[in-house]
Design a protein around this ligand. Structure first.
Ligand code: AP5
Length: 209
């Protein structure tokens, strides 16, 4: 299974990738998580990414493509992966195609999670993450346990969410026709209980669907 999860900010890519990882036995590769880890570690790459992330803007392609190239070379990615948040631009998608072709590891599916815009803003603004476990919660839909150590992402302020949604619509949504033309795109309704959405994704991934 070599899968891309596509979808706007807060559509549930991270939540569903973590659930699919257990079902499919392949790692989640989240560029957002990798960039936040680099930033927390204070690396040069993390410092470069920080100004873009704080503003809710895309980090330059060259930075992200290099990061994913290194991650896909690791042993656990050879049996498959779930890409979450990458690619986000056509140049990123083209670089991924070139890399996977050189490894004879073609993509299996590209799954778009579709959620209406008004729900996306609510999902992002009320999202909280447990810094110790990485578990994603929502103050209304998936309340955290009382002992969770919660972080509210700086780019989940409403004005930053609006910026991220605009970039998705203006830039990343070009990947939908890109992957449709390759016969890889499947679309899943991302509204509903978490289990329901996971089941929809799992059945869309079945061979022949
Ligand atoms: P990244 O971390 O990838 O952010 P994103 O794409 O904006 O996605 P999110 O993490 O916001 O949302 P998600 O779809 O994973 O939703 P989640 O499962 O958390 O990137 C952050 C930044 O890094 C970017 O802005 C950019 O600066 C940089 N970056 C990263 N990758 C890059 C790249 N390739 N190129 C350039 N720059 C890059 O769910 C959201 C909330 O909804 C949660 O609270 C969850 O509990 C809740 N929820 C989920 N499902 C449901 C449901 N079915 N019902 C109710 N609530 C739900």
């Amino acid at each position: 299974m070599r899968i891309i999860l596509l979808g706007p900010p807060a559509s549930g890519k991270g939540t569903q990738a973590k659930r699919l990882m257990d079902r499919l036995g392949v790692p989640q590769i989240s560029t957002g998580d990798m960039l936040r880890a680099a930033r927390a570690a204070g690396t040069a790459l993390g410092r470069e990414a920080d100004e873009f992330m704080k503003a809710g803007r895309l980090v330059p392609d060259s930075v992200v493509i290099g990061l994913v190239g290194e991650r896909l070379a690791e042993a656990d990615a050879q049996a498959g992966f779930i890409l979450d948040g990458f690619p986000r631009t056509v140049p990123q998608a083209e670089a991924l195609d070139a890399l996977l072709t050189s490894k004879a590891m073609p993509l299996t599916s590209v799954l778009e999670i579709r959620v209406p815009r008004d729900l996306l803003v609510e999902r992002a603004v009320l999202r909280r993450t447990d810094v110790r476990t990485g578990q994603i919660y929502h103050l209304k839909y998936s309340p955290p346990p009382p002992d969770a150590e919660l972080e509210h992402r700086a780019d989940d302020q409403e004005d930053k969410v609006t910026q991220r949604l605009s970039d998705y619509e203006a830039i990343t949504s070009a990947l939908l026709p890109y992957y449709e033309a390759k016969g890889l795109l499947k679309t899943v309704d991302g509204v509903g209980e978490l289990d329901e959405v996971t089941d929809r994704i799992a059945s869309a991934l079945e061979p022949g669907r």
